[in-house]
Design a protein around this ligand. Sequence first.
Ligand code: AR6
Length: 191
Amino acid sequence: MKGSAMKAKIRTAVLQLKQGDLTAEAVDAIVNAANSSLLGGGGVDGAIHRAAGPTLLEECKRVRAERGTCAPGEAVITGGGNLKARFVIHTVGPIWQGGGRGEPDVLASAYRRSLERAAAAGARRVAFPSISTGAFGYPVADAARVALDAVAGWLNEHATVDAVTFVLYDARTFEAYKRALRETHGAAVMS
Ligand code: AR6
């Protein structure tokens, strides 16, 4: 059973948490938790490439040939192939190394740079996975706070994105994000 979604109002935008499959999300842009190679992988990256079809990898290869690999904390944008989303924003989160190697800053940057890319493309509805908390090993409770602070902070400063949805795959991750949203932005939560 999937728990119910949770929403918060951040200035004029809505920040939403829900449980589900990011690849099915009908928004303007979905964000991929990629790796620096931009050439695909497992987890949500593999699922996005499978759902989007082979044009996504072709486009990623073109981006890579033009600008090289994507550093952790940076983001690039491609079309969405067969996805409902028009764009895929590929960002690279930090690999967890204990927390003392700048991981929170790199994670926050991945979210902010993704929103910048979305805004530059005119994408007003954006959906994210929980970046770095799978293969990259970032503890989910800590990652959730960083993610929500980064996104809410960005939405407070920019009116170019209307809706950000975190689409969280498993119940444990979804619950961790709900807890973090209540703790960090409880006053903004809409019933
Ligand atoms: N929809 C939403 N979330 C998903 C989906 C999905 N379809 N599938 C998995 N997740 P991960 P990372 C969740 O490992 O930690 C790849 O190989 C998953 O349950 O996808 O940033 C890349 O190529 C977890 O909560 O990303 C990189 O090499 C979250 O997505 C590396 O993994 C992130 O898990 C990136 O690792």
